[in-house]
Design a protein around this ligand. Structure first.
Ligand code: ASP
Ligand code: MG
Length: 421
C-alpha cells in the first residue's frame, strides 16, 4: 500500500463541479489500494478576493488579522471537498493546519514550517480515511494562525509528504506539468518530463508560477520526489528530482518572466565603505527579499544603488529606506514598477559557455535594453522594461531551440544560418 500526498490548487477546486471531479480522482486513488492525504488551496480566486476585501476596509491591514482572514479560504475548501468525498461514499475528514499538527515560526504572511506532528493524520489514515488538510497555514508559537506566503499550499503538501514519509507527492494543477516557458506567452512551449530541484528552484523564484519556491527547497532538502501533473486529465506530468548527468545535456531547461518586481534606486549615495551594508542590513531586518543589485560607477564620490524587491513590498521598502536617505546623505529614493525580470535557467550552463552572450545578443537584436543583470551557476537574469518581457521570452525560447524536438529544429536552423550569410 502506497501513501500519496496530493495537492490540488485553487483552480482545480474552483466550484462545486470541480470539487466533485477532484473528489472522484481522490477516491479512485484510494480505491486503487493507496492511503491518501490531500492538501487543498482556497477555491478559485478566494485568496485574492479576501485580500481585496481587507484592503477596502484598511489599506494596510494588520498582518496577524490578514493571516486569520486568508486561512479561512483553505479551511472552507477542505471542508467542502470532504463533503464531496462523503457524497461518493468515501471515508474522509478535513483538518485545519493546526489540527494537522503543523507548527510554524512567528513571521506573519511568510511563515516557515518548523515542525509537523503527523500523529492525528496517521491515526485517521490507519482508520481508512482520506485526510483533507487546509493548505498554506499553521500555528505559530503564540498559538496564532500564520500563513506560508502566496502559493504556500505546495509547501504544506511537501512538508506533509516528508513528515509522513509518503511515497509520492503529487501537485495537481490546471496545467499538464512544468513547461519550458509559460504556454500562454509562448505557444511553442513544451512540457518537460523531468527537471532538477535546482532548476525548479531558480525558475520558481524567477516568476514561474508552477510551484512555490519554498516547497521545492523543502522537497530538495528532504529528498521528496515531486510530480507536477494535470488535475483534469490522468496522464504523467513532470518529475522534479535530484539532477543527474543526462540533465546537463540540455543547456536551458526553462525561461521565466517575473513582472512582480520593482526597482528601487537610492540616488547620489556617498561612495564610502559601510553605506551598502547599512542599506541592506535595514532591508534584511525588515524581512524584505532583495533580488538584483546594481551599484553604478561613482562620479564625484557619489553613486546610485539600485535593487529589486517584490512589487507588493514597495510600501514597506519605502518605510524602511526613507529614514536612511537622510542618515546616509543620499540625494533621494525612487521606485520603478515597470520592470520585468527575465531569466534563463539550466544545469547545463555549468558545462556550456557563451549562454550570456547568446542571451544578450538575442535581446540586442530585438532592441531590448538590459537594465540590470544577475547570474548564478545555473541562471542568468536580466531586468528589462515590463512591456518587452513577452517578446523577450518568445525570442529567447526560439533562439535556444527550446520548443521543437532536435530533429524538427534542424532545417529551420539551417535556413536562419543561410539568411545570415
Ligand atoms: N490560497 C493561497 C494563494 O492563493 C495559497 C495557495 O494557493 O497555495 O496564494
Ligand atoms: Mg490560490
Amino acid at each position: 500500500m502506497a501513501l500519496y500526498v496530493q495537492k490540488y490548487g485553487g483552480s482545480s477546486v474552483a466550484d462545486a463541479e470541480c470539487m466533485r471531479r477532484v473528489a472522484k480522482r481522490i477516491y479512485d486513488t484510494q480505491r486503487a489500494g493507496n492511503q491518501v492525504v490531500v492538501v487543498v488551496s482556497a477555491m478559485g480566486d478566494t485568496t485574492d478576493d479576501l485580500i481585496a476585501l481587507a484592503k477596502q476596509v484598511n489599506p494596510e491591514p494588520n498582518e496577524r488579522e490578514m493571516d486569520s482572514l486568508m486561512a479561512t479560504g483553505e479551511m472552507a475548501s477542505s471542508a467542502v471537498l470532504t463533503m464531496a468525498l462523503h457524497a461518493l461514499g468515501a471515508k474522509a475528514i478535513s483538518m485545519t493546519g493546526h489540527q494537522a499538527g503543523i507548527r510554524v515560526d512567528g513571521t506573519h504572511l511568510k511563515a516557515k514550517i518548523e515542525a509537523i506532528n503527523p500523529k492525528r493524520i496517521q491515526k485517521h489514515l490507519d482508520q481508512g480515511q482520506v485526510v483533507v488538510v487546509a493548505g498554506f497555514q499553521g500555528t505559530n508559537p503564540s498559538e496564532d494562525i500564520a500563513t506560508l506566503g502566496r502559493g504556500g499550499s505546495d509547501t504544506t503538501a511537501v512538508a506533509l509528504a516528508a513528515a509522513l514519509k509518503a511515497d509520492r507527492c503529487q501537485i495537481l494543477k490546471d496545467v499538464d506539468g512544468v513547461f519550458t516557458a509559460n504556454p500562454r506567452v509562448v505557444p511553442a512551449a513544451r512540457k518537460l518530463d523531468e527537471i532538477a530541484y535546482e532548476e525548479m528552484l531558480e525558475l520558481a523564484s524567477c516568476g514561474a508560477e508552477v510551484l512555490q519556491s519554498r516547497a521545492v527547497e523543502f522537497a530538495k532538502n528532504y529528498g521528496v520526489v515531486l510530480e507536477v501533473l494535470s488535475s483534469f486529465v490522468v496522464k504523467p506530468g513532470t518529475l522534479v528530482r535530484e539532477e543527474d548527468e543526462k540533465m546537463e545535456q540540455m543547456i536551458i531547461r526553462g525561461i521565466a518572466a517575473d513582472k512582480n518586481q520593482a526597482k528601487a534606486t537610492l540616488l547620489g549615495v556617498p561612495d564610502t565603505p559601510g553605506v551598502a551594508a547599512r542599506i541592506f542590513k535595514a532591508l534584511a531586518a525588515a524581512n524584505l527579499n532583495v533580488d538584483m543589485i546594481v551599484q553604478n560607477v561613482s562620479a564625484a564620490g557619489v553613486t546610485d544603488v539600485s535593487f529589486t524587491v517584490a512589487k507588493d513590498d514597495i510600501a514597506k521598502t519605502k518605510r524602511v529606506i526613507e529614514p536612511l536617505v537622510k542618515s546616509v546623505q543620499a540625494a533621494g529614493l525612487n521606485f520603478d514598477g515597470d520592470i520585468a525580470k527575465v531569466s534563463l535557467v539550466g544545469v547545463g550552463m555549468k558545462s556550456h559557455s557563451g549562454v550570456a552572450y547568446r542571451m544578450f545578443d538575442v535581446l540586442a537584436k530585438h532592441k531590448i535594453n538590459i537594465e540590470m543583470i544577475s547570474t548564478s551557476e545555473i541562471k542568468i537574469s536580466v531586468a528589462i522594461r515590463a512591456q518587452d518581457a513577452d517578446q523577450a521570452v518568445r525570442s529567447l525560447h526560439q533562439a535556444f531551440g527550446m520548443g521543437a524536438k532536435a530533429k524538427k529544429k534542424a532545417p529551420a536552423k539551417k535556413k536562419a544560418a543561410q539568411k545570415k550569410k
